[in-house]
Design a protein around this ligand. Structure first.
Ligand code: URP
Ligand code: ZN
Ligand code: ZN
Length: 474
């Protein structure tokens, strides 16, 4: 087994910043000590560099069918982009099969992901249709390593569950140490407003946001929290984007309820104004971009610890899927946002981000003094690993943990954009932004997969992670 010594670096964990060497033996971390002397180890010089646990992104949608297309990153290209940005674990979502049991959906996604995966990965299960048989299948998902379920209060007629069914899912999950994830919007109000907007001839991207009011999220978040309280179950609110939603999360936690939540980088920067641009479709996702006040409130939530995780909801589409890009030397074009050029309801919902998350949050969070380096590590790695039943195998720099390690150059300055990010799409939300701080070397279970901009990973090397139930509330 190969030994790797990362020497001279400064370790950053969610608790401390300290000078330490890291010895990796095979796939795991063997020792963490000052000035380790080891012969016969491959050496990585981390002088002037930070050494972080690999990022854990618990919210991606790879190869996801939507409308008349599919998200443009598959389980190879999306995970490769993740790795370049310092993320070595992602958790993707299983779509519930139209007919048949939940396990069929798991098998179908494993068949797509296993041969392509190049970082480690797990799955959440979407519950979008419920009957007694499906309800009783839920605990069996733990055998598949799936301990988390996502439910929706929006996307009527497609993904939404009635409140009673959400309550039944929450209660079953809670009884078995599983965690329910909530997509909080008001599907009924959205449908009415969308119908009215189209009838009035409003077709542009800004109407995507205008027909999904922020109050719908505030109300649905509180509804979800109240349902979880009545079901005596924990809840995790995904993609929080408005101040009022965060207020509900704080309220629930103040009541002692086991409630947690995530935000995603675009909600820290972008607003309805971006959707009004001529290329506004690039920002269309659900829930939508809001206001500068919401951006600021979410930043405060990261700083004061009331938001537990920064995930991405990575769900990329081409802006113009009629024009091929070059990807690994081949032309690739996948139908994308142009599908909604004449009707905002036909714009595939989602934005790229899995590779952007860590460099963007470092520059604009740590670099601007909004969060500490320890909070950064907590938000992007340790907290999601704990919440989703992967800690201390993932999200930690500890002897025995998987050697998923990022050697981070905090001084590297560069102009970010689509040509730097490795997503398989034709645009980047942060085009032209000046960043400082980027991964230099990324190791997955002791193997270098990114090194000074070179890609050393390969499809199939990523491992499916069976996650543990009974994870703590962070
Ligand atoms: O627009 C988004 N976020 N697409 C992905 C699906 C979801 O609701 O997370
Ligand atoms: Zn969602
Ligand atoms: Zn999502």
């Amino acid at each position: 087994m190969t030994k790797v010594l990362i020497h001279g670096g400064t370790l950053v964990t969610d608790r401390e910043v300290v000078k330490r060497d890291v010895l990796i033996d095979g796939e795991t971390i063997a020792r963490i000590e000052p000035d380790l002397q080891v012969s016969e180890a491959e050496r990585i010089d981390a002088s002037g560099r930070l050494v972080l646990p690999g990022g854990v992104d618990p919210h991606t949608h790879l190869d996801l069918p939507m409308f008349d297309t599919v998200s443009s990153d598959d389980h190879y290209t999306g995970m490769k982009a993740a790795a370049f940005g310092g993320t070595t674990t992602v958790i993707d979502f299983v779509s519930q099969p139209g007919a048949g049991g939940l396990r069929r959906g798991v098998e179908a996604l494993r068949a797509k992901a296993d041969p392509k995966a190049c970082v480690d990965f797990g799955f959440h299960m979407n519950i979008t249709r419920l009957d007694d048989q499906i309800l009783n299948e839920i605990p069996g998902l733990i055998d598949e390593g799936i301990t988390t379920l996502k439910v929706f209060t929006a996307y009527n007629g497609r993904l939404r569950l009635p409140d009673g069914d959400i309550f039944r899912v929450l209660r079953m999950a809670g009884q078995h140490g599983m965690l329910t994830l909530l997509h909080a919007e008001n599907g009924d109000v959205i449908d009415i407003l969308v119908g009215e907007a189209l009838a009035a001839g409003h077709t542009t991207p800004e109407w995507h946001a205008r027909t999904r009011p922020a109050w719908g999220e505030v109300e649905a978040a509180l509804r979800g929290i109240a349902l979880a309280a009545q079901a005596n179950a924990p809840l995790y609110i995904v993609h929080m984007n408005v101040a009022g939603e965060l207020d509900q999360l704080r309220y629930g936690r103040e009541q002692g309820l086991p409630i947690m939540g995530e935000t995603c980088p675009p909600y820290l920067f972008f607003t309805l104004e971006d959707l009004k641009r001529s290329d506004g479709a690039k920002w269309v996702c659900s829930p939508p971009m809001r206001s500068a006040e919401d951006n600021a409130a979410l930043w405060r939530g990261l700083g004061d610890g009331s938001v537990q995780v920064v995930a991405t909801d990575h769900c990329p589409f081409f802006f113009d899927g009629t024009r091929p890009i070059e990807y690994e030397g081949q032309p690739v074009a996948i139908p994308g946002k142009e599908l909604g050029a004449r009707d905002f309801t036909k714009i595939p919902n989602g934005v790229p981000g899995v590779g952007d998350r860590m460099p963007i949050l470092w520059t604009y969070g740590v670099g601007k003094g909004r969060i500490t380096p320890q909070q950064f590590v907590g938000l992007i790695s340790t907290n999601p690993a704990r919440i989703f039943g992967l800690y201390p195998r993932k999200g930690a720099l500890l002897p025995g943990s998987d050697a998923d390690v990022v050697v981070w150059d905090p001084d590297r300055r560069f102009t970010y954009g689509v040509s730097v990010a490795q997503h398989r799409t034709d645009y980047n939300l942060y085009e032209g932004w000046e960043l400082k701080g980027f991964p230099e070397t990324v190791l997955l279970r002791g193997r270098r997969i990114v090194d000074h901009g070179r890609w050393l990973g390969r499809p199939g090397m990523g491992r499916y992670l069976k996650r543990q139930p009974g994870a703590p509330v962070v």
